[in-house]
Write a protein that binds this ligand. Structure first.
Ligand code: FAD
Length: 364
């Protein structure tokens, strides 16, 4: 039986483990921490095809979404097929949302204020012009899922997990194929490959509310107008530059910190809120209170929850390549590096693992 070794128990490593174990390979996963603590447990848990550019990435996101459902059904772990709303309060936001709906009607549609409010009790009604509604997005609870998948993979597919084990030399793993899914660690394995790769880091600040009252539901995941300038999918809209110019002039501090504002719900009923984007290899270990304040101020313009009290604040870091959608390299025979899935790693994880399995020679 072919032996597969995987470095990293984040979502990209777990997706590789699932993909190979399901096909009968003997899989071992090595994770330096006692449990995964990287980007995969610090995110919104949004499986978010709506953010991906039409073509390869959107197709990959949609395939990955189906695989997520398959995995979560198999595990019995919870997920929420809520869809998403990008709410519009300004003329330029409405213009972008309507244009996107016209250009890509199979992905999303424009809905008026009354339909928005019937789909979500959390959207602020005052000044609401409507929203871009997509039914494809799923919410998962990242801490719950990434924490529980190893046990499931161990019990169902005999995957071996070695937590608390930092890999410093892949040759010692004695495997036919090694996948290095080391997230934003560019220093431990193949530092010379990373040094010339063009990858960098992105730091994101996040918050979570207290648990909302029993039975309360956020409904569709929410995004405000700022998000329309963030995801690649919306770059097809000819109306986008006007929105970007207005935000740059009106809200320069949101551009300075790369802030856009979204909300998702966790399995225990809290609301996850974020985020900002600060780029560079040298990540500031301290959070900026100003960023949290800007996020919460903007959020209050479009969303209201029974309790807006914040229970947790943290930041996450992901690896990003500015010219490629991922960093995929094969530094020596039998070794693949798969990382830099940037802000779409949860979304594409299972689809990406399947795609690389079927076409290991693909070039991003
Ligand atoms: C705040 C935030 C919000 C986000 N929101 C979303 C979202 O809603 N939807 C979405 O699709 N994406 C989102 N993302 C992006 C997504 O979380 C990442 O793309 C994804 O989690 C990256 O997964 P990974 O497995 O590559 O990295 P990680 O989750 O960072 O995992 C890498 C693991 O490798 C381990 N490791 C590294 N080196 C070694 C070694 N030498 N030996 C052993 N172990 C090692 C690390 O300890 C770590 O556990 C978000 C990211 C952040 C930070």
């Amino acid at each position: 039986m072919k032996q597969i070794a995987i470095v990293g128990a984040g979502i990209l490593g777990l997706a590789q483990a699932y993909t190979h174990a399901k096909r009968g390979y003997k899989v071992r996963v090595y994770e330096r921490s006692q449990r995964a603590v990287g980007a995969s447990v610090r995110n919104f848990g949004m499986i978010w095809p709506i953010g991906q550019k039409a073509g390869l990435l959107c197709d990959l996101a949609m395939r990955s979404r189906d695989l997520w459902v398959e995995v979560l059904e198999e595990t019995g772990l919870p997920y929420f097929p809520t869809g998403s709303l990008h709410v519009a309060y300004r003329e330029d936001e409405e213009a972008v949302a309507r244009e996107f709906a016209e250009l890509e009607p199979e992905r999303a549609r424009w809905i008026g204020p009354s339909e928005v409010l019937s789909r979500s009790g959390s959207v602020v009604g005052e000044g609401l012009r409507g929203a871009l509604f997509s039914e494809h997005e799923l919410l998962v609870d990242p801490r719950l899922i990434v924490g529980a998948l190893p046990k499931f993979l161990e019990e169902k597919y005999g995957v071996e997990f070695h937590f608390g084990t930092a890999v410093t030399d892949v040759r010692k793993l004695a495997a036919d194929q090694v996948f290095v899914c080391s997230g934003d660690d560019f220093e431990t394995l193949y530092p010379e490959v990373f040094a010339s790769s063009g990858v960098t880091r992105c730091k994101l600040q996040m918050m979570r509310t207290v648990r909302q009252p029993q039975g309360w539901e956020l409904g569709p995941a929410l995004a405000g107008g700022l998000t329309l300038r963030f995801y690649q999918s919306f770059k097809v809209c000819s109306t986008l530059p006007a929105l970007e110019a207005r935000i740059a002039a009106e809200l320069p501090e949101y551009d300075k910190y790369g802030i856009h504002v979204m909300a998702s719900q966790t399995a225990d009923g809290a609301v996850t809120i974020g985020d900002s984007h600060e780029y560079g290899l040298d990540v500031d270990i301290f959070n900026k209170e100003e960023i949290d304040r800007l996020i919460l101020n903007y959020l209050q313009g479009f969303a209201k929850f029974p309790s807006m009290a914040i229970a947790e604040r943290w930041h996450g870091v992901y690896a990003r390549h500015f010219d490629r959608p991922f960093f995929y390299a094969r530094p020596e025979p039998g070794v693949s590096i798969v990382t830099a899935s940037s802000g779409k790693g949860m979304t594409v994880s299972f689809g990406l693992a399947e795609m690389l399995y079927e076409n290991p020679g693909c070039d991003f």
